[in-house]
Design a protein around this ligand. Structure first.
Ligand SMILES: Nc1nc2c(ncn2[C@@H]2O[C@H](COP(=O)(O)OP(=O)(O)O)[C@@H](O)[C@H]2O)c(=O)[nH]1
Ligand SMILES: [Mg+2]
Ligand SMILES: [Zn+2]
Length: 334
């Protein structure tokens, strides 16, 4: 229990510090004052430039290429901002609105970097190829839980799976459903499962994450019925390297918004400690603080509530193995 509290406190502190930093840098104006003035949302960024979509009623949807005032922190896709016209076609971002939440990951040097803000849902996309690794899914889930975001699992490329292969995968995946995650099986190619997924996305801003090549951009295209050419053009130029430093890109779909994120090879958890990994295995939470020893590693100690839960079938042994692998990898880094 104490572990859970700690991680929430830590989160709150991070958010508070960010807001303090903002408040002091925004010429003394209060958070609410800035929030009320927000007239744009960042939909892409690359290098020194941001694409800001205007929220001004008379020109809603207009995209303005903006620079940002030097006193502002690094802004990300989804951030609400106050911007002002700067010349005919350009603008300048002068303030950042409050972040409701954010998704991010640590850079190779271990520093946590937000990549998108103000999101409702994180789609963790995986596919038959590249092969889904339970470890990677679990790493994503830990990171998402730690940020208090909602995760949904997506198995894409259903069209490539034989009945037998799907059955094998189902054995692994059904466990995630059992512990409370929604899971959608789809194909960006033939459209299977897309209507159901659409329903889950309605009215929300959702970021797609997952290994490179699992079909995130293809899913964005498939979900965008009205405007396919635009999205294809946008994501193509973006992915071909024209804007290689872009971290994520927001697209409007009919009835919802999607943020595509660039694929990654590994998902580091350098910013997360052992207690937070435990918290990220949501089905372990009811057993927190129940072990005989307070510092139980849940490996072989007597009176371990986690091992007892495995034996009684309440927790899957595979998830516990996965937990150990993640904890061990943290120790390797440290
Ligand atoms: N067979 C099949 N191929 C797919 C599907 N979705 C994506 N792909 C292919 O997988 C490759 C990677 O897709 P992409 O959308 O770029 O993946 P991303 O890196 O996650 O954005 C491309 O060659 C796609 O055509 C699918 O549902 N079925
Ligand atoms: Mg992509
Ligand atoms: Zn234990």
């Amino acid at each position: 229990m104490s572990k859970r509290k700690l991680s929430k406190q830590q989160l709150a502190r991070i958010a508070e510090n960010q807001q303090k930093e903002l408040g002091s840098k925004q010429n003394g104006s209060t958070d609410t004052a800035v929030q009320n003035k927000c007239n744009g949302r960042i939909i892409r960024h690359y290098g020194q430039h941001l694409d800001v979509e205007s929220l001004n009623p008379d020109e809603a949807g207009r995209v303005i290429r903006c620079s940002q005032r030097a006193n502002l922190p690094k802004l990300v896709t989804g951030d609400l901002v106050v911007w002002a016209q700067d010349g005919l076609d350009a603008g300048v971002v002068v303030a950042q609105g409050q972040r409701r939440n954010f998704f991010g990951r640590p850079s190779p040097d271990g520093i946590f970097k937000p990549i998108a803000a103000n999101i409702d849902l994180v789609l963790v996309v995986f596919a038959s190829t590249p092969r889904p690794h339970v470890s990677l899914i679990d790493r994503y889930l830990v990171a998402i839980e730690q940020l208090n975001l909602r995760a949904v699992l997506i198995l894409n490329k259903l069209d490539l799976l034989s009945t037998q292969e799907l059955e094998n995968l189902d054995n692994i995946l059904s466990n995630y459903r059992k512990i409370g995650y929604s899971l959608y099986k789809v194909s960006a190619n033939d459209g299977r499962g897309i209507p159901e997924l659409e329903q889950a996305l309605a009215g929300k801003t959702t970021i797609l994450v997952g290994q490179s090549g699992v079909g995130k951009s293809s899913l964005v295209n498939k979900l965008n019925k009205d405007n396919i050419a635009d999205v294809a053009a946008l994501s193509e130029t973006w992915e071909r390297g024209t804007h290689t430093t872009t971290t994520s890109c927001l697209f409007h779909m009919p009835g919802f918004d999607l943020i595509d994120s660039p694929g990654i090879r590994e998902f580091g958890l350098g910013h997360i400690d052992q207690g937070q990994v435990f918290d990220g295995f949501i089905e372990f939470r009811p057993f927190a603080g129940q072990c005989k020893f307070r510092d139980c590693s849940h490996r072989q100690e007597p009176g371990c509530a986690i091992q007892a839960a495995v034996e009684s079938g309440q927790i899957s042994g595979e998830r516990v193995e996965s937990y150990f692998r993640i904890v061990d990898s943290l120790n390797e880094i440290a």
